[in-house]
Design a protein around this ligand. Sequence first.
Ligand code: NPW
Ligand code: K
Length: 494
Amino acid sequence: MKILNVGQIRDLDAFTIENEPVSSVNLMERAAQAFCWWFCNQFVNTRPVTVFCGQGNNGGDGLAIARILSQKCYDVRVYIIEHTANTSADFSENLKRLSDHLTPFQIRKETDLPDLSEKTICIDALLGSGLSRPAEGIMAKVIGLLNTSRNKVVSVDIASGLFIDKSNQETDPIIQPLFTITFQLPKLAFFMPQNAVFVGEWRIVDIGLDTVHLLQQHTPYYYTDSAHAESIIRPRNKFSHKGTFGHALIIAGSYGKIGAAILAGKACLRSGVGLLTLHIPECGYEIAQISLPEAMVSVDVDRKFNTALGSVSSYSSIGIGPGLGQEDATAQMLAKLLTEARLPLVIDADALNIISQHNDLLDKIPAKSILTPHPKEFQRLAGETANDFDRLETGRKFAQKYNIIICLKGAHTAVILPNGDVHFNSTGNAGMATGGTGDVLTGIITSLLAQGYPPEHAAILGVYEHGLAGDRAASRKGQSAMIASDVIENLKID
Ligand SMILES: NC(=O)C1=CN([C@@H]2O[C@H](COP(=O)(O)OP(=O)(O)OC[C@H]3O[C@@H](n4cnc5c(N)ncnc54)[C@H](OP(=O)(O)O)[C@@H]3O)[C@@H](O)[C@H]2O)[C@@H](O)CC1
Ligand SMILES: [K+]
C-alpha cells in the first residue's frame, strides 16, 4: 500500500472528484459515512458525543459526522472554533445541512471553552491535512482542553496539529487521541516513534478514491499489508528436496550468549531453510547439538568467541551477529568475511557494533546485504539525527550510498532498500520488545535468503512474518508472558 505526501493526497482527492465523477461535498459525505461506520461499531449510542470542528474540510467532515451520528440517535453536541473569516465551501454546505438537526456552539475565545462531562466521547475535526503551520491561539487552547481532559478522543483523518509528512517541533500543540480514523491511506507521520502519542491506535477507512490514479503516483514510502506480503511468498514445490531450499550459515554466540545462536538457528529452520550450519565457539558445541539437533555445528578454534571461519563459498546465505561479542579476533573474522563473501549477508547486533567502530568496513559490505539495527545501533552506524523524519532520510541516503538494505527496527520496522524506497511493516506488538526477538529476525531473513528470495523480498517478508508470528504469540500467551521462543513457535510462512 502506498503512502503519499500532502500534495499527492490533494491531487488524488481532486482527480477522484473530477473523474469518477463525484461532487466534493458527496466525497466528504462518503468520508463521514466511513468514519461513522467505524465509530458506531466501536461506541454504543448511549455515550454522548462532542464534535470539535475547524472551518476547513476537516471541520466539514466533523459537521457531517455530527449530523449522521445524531440521525443514529447519538446525543451529539457540536462546537465550531471560529479562528478565521474563511470557511471552506463544503464546510459551509454541511453547516447548512446540520441546521435541521443541531445548533452548533461557537468558540471564539478562551471563556467559550466548554466543561466536558467525563462520559462524552470527543471527535477531533479541528485541522486535517490542510495544516500549514503549528496550531496557535484559540485552536491551541482547544487542543490543550482535549489533551488535559480525561475524555476519549477520536481524531478525524489525522490528529489536529500533526503534520502529515514532516516533523513537528516538540512544543507544537497537537491532539493526543485514543484513535485516529484516517481516510484511504496511512500517513507518513503515523510511522514515526516520536508521534506515538499523537496517533494512538489508527485505522484506515476506504472512501473510494481513484485506484488507477493512486497506482500512477510515485512515492518512496509503502506500507506492507498482508496482500503484499502474501504476494512475495513462494509456494514449496511438491518435487523439491532439502537442496532446493539452500544451506544457511549462522555465525553467532559467545560464552554466556550461546542462546542467541540457538534462537537465530531455530528461527532459520522454522522459516523453511533446507540445511543449517551454526558456527559457534567451542563452549556452545554440546548446547547446540542437544537443543538444535536439526542443525550442523561448525566449532570455532576459540572456546569462548568466534574468531576464525573456514571457507564460506558453499553456503547459500550467511547471517552474522547475534550474541557475537566484540573481541578483536571476532572483528578480524568479520572483516575477512566481508572481503571474501560473494553474496549478500545478514548483519545484526554485535556485527553492526563492530562495523560502527571500524568505519572502513562499511565499504566492504557485500552489495544488497541486510543490516538489522535497532535505533541505537543505527545511530552508532550513521550518527545522530535531529528527529525521526531526519533519521529516515539519513537511512535512505545510507542505504543508497552503500547499496545495502536496512531494517530499522521499531514498532513499524522500516525496511529501507538500496534505491531509497521504504517499506513500513504492519505486524508486531509491544510484547516483542524482549530479549532474543532480534536474533529470531536474523534467523528468519537468513533462511529466506538461503531459499533464493531476492534480498529486498527476504527483508520485507522476513520482517512481516517475524511480526505476524509475534502477533500470534501475543494472542496465545499475552504480550507480557511471550518470549522470543514463542515467536519462533508461531512462525508459519506459507
Ligand atoms: N483528501 C481527501 O481525500 C479527503 C479529505 N477530506 C478532509 O479534508 C481535510 C483537508 O481539508 P483542508 O484541505 O480544507 O484542510 P483542513 O486541515 O481542514 O483545514 C485547513 C484550514 O485551516 C487553516 N489552517 C491551517 N493550519 C492552521 C493552523 N495551524 N491554525 C489555524 N488554521 C490553520 C487553513 O488556512 P490557511 O493555511 O489557508 O491559512 C485552512 O483554512 C482532510 O484532512 C480530510 O479530513 C474529506 O472530506 C474528503 C476526502
Ligand atoms: K483532525
